[in-house]
Design a protein around this ligand. Structure first.
Ligand code: HEM
Ligand code: HEM
Length: 213
């Protein structure tokens, strides 16, 4: 298919999708407010968890380092709780369909990415939690309550799980990078309603008048 044919087919898809949205629901198909809130709270908590983890080594003194570890663990445990609740309520939630014109390979990639993201949102904090308990640390959440330790100390196993925790953190980061790139591709290149479905107040971009078929 030539480049101009590809562009016009992409525009046709986009126009068809906009028309279908407008007539079917009067608005773009969106995730529920609860799902959107949980998505963006999780994203913010992840940002804070990574930031705290990366700041630990450059802490000015041991007390500041301990505070950063405490904050890192607290954000991590919150992410675990939110991800668990989110997976449970997702089953009864309205999930906007992907654009019908999306190629199968991209559809599969989107599904695989979401599945892996959910998986790591559970596995990553669990690894941190298990390693911290095996290390014999007191896990205090947001400076208040301490979690009971369910595991007998084993420092050498804790060390190996912490190493894994570091690698899975990088894997999660790579998946998030691909996820964000895909969301921006949908919004700015395909100009469909995928990003709008997750972002309150955002609408799909309109097709500029000068390239309208
Ligand atoms: C999704 C949630 C989490 C993410 C993305 C995450 C990410 C990270 C990252 C990037 C590091 C630094 C690794 C390195 O320097 O090689 C780290 C270290 C660490 N994480 Fe997590 N983590 C999460 C949850 C948790 C939880 C729930 C706990 C414990 C309750 C925890 C405990 C730790 C500890 C103790 C360290 C080592 C800190 C140090 O350098 O002393 N993490 N984590
Ligand atoms: C930073 C950490 C992020 C994580 C862990 C994350 C995770 C997820 C997950 C698991 C889903 C699937 C929702 C479902 O169907 O149940 C999702 C959907 C979505 N996310 Fe994110 N997200 C993150 C950041 C972002 C950012 C920064 C953007 C925008 C630039 C974004 C845009 C979207 C969009 C548009 C959807 C709906 C379409 C889809 O399922 O891919 N996300 N996200």
């Amino acid at each position: 298919m030539s480049a101009s044919n590809k562009l016009s087919s992409c525009l046709e898809d986009s126009v068809a999708f906009h028309t279908q949205d407008a007539s079917a629901a009067g608005d773009v198909p969106r995730y529920t407010g609860t799902m959107q809130a949980m998505h963006w709270i999780t994203a913010t908590q992840l940002f804070c968890a990574y930031l705290a983890a990366w700041m630990i080594d450059s802490a000015a003194n041991p007390a500041q380092g301990a505070r950063l570890v405490m904050l890192h663990r607290s954000f991590g445990v919150t992410i675990l709780l939110l991800a668990t609740i989110r997976i449970v309520i997702r089953r009864r939630s309205r999930i906007p369909p992907l654009p019908p014109s999306l190629p199968t390979i991209q559809r599969l990639a989107a599904r695989a990415n979401a599945l892996l993201l959910y998986g790591l949102l559970i596995v990553q904090p669990l690894l941190g939690l298990i390693a911290s308990m095996l290390h014999g640390d007191r896990i205090v959440l947001f400076g208040s309550s301490a979690l009971p330790s369910w595991l007998p100390p084993d420092k050498s196993l804790a060390h190996r799980i912490f190493q894994l925790h570091g690698w899975t953190a990088l894997t999660l980061l790579a998946l998030i990078g691909m996820h964000i790139a895909a969301a921006l591709y949908h919004h700015f290149v395909r100009r469909d309603a995928v990003l709008a479905g997750m972002l309150p107040g955002v609408r799909p971009l309109t097709i500029p008048a000068n390239i309208r078929p």
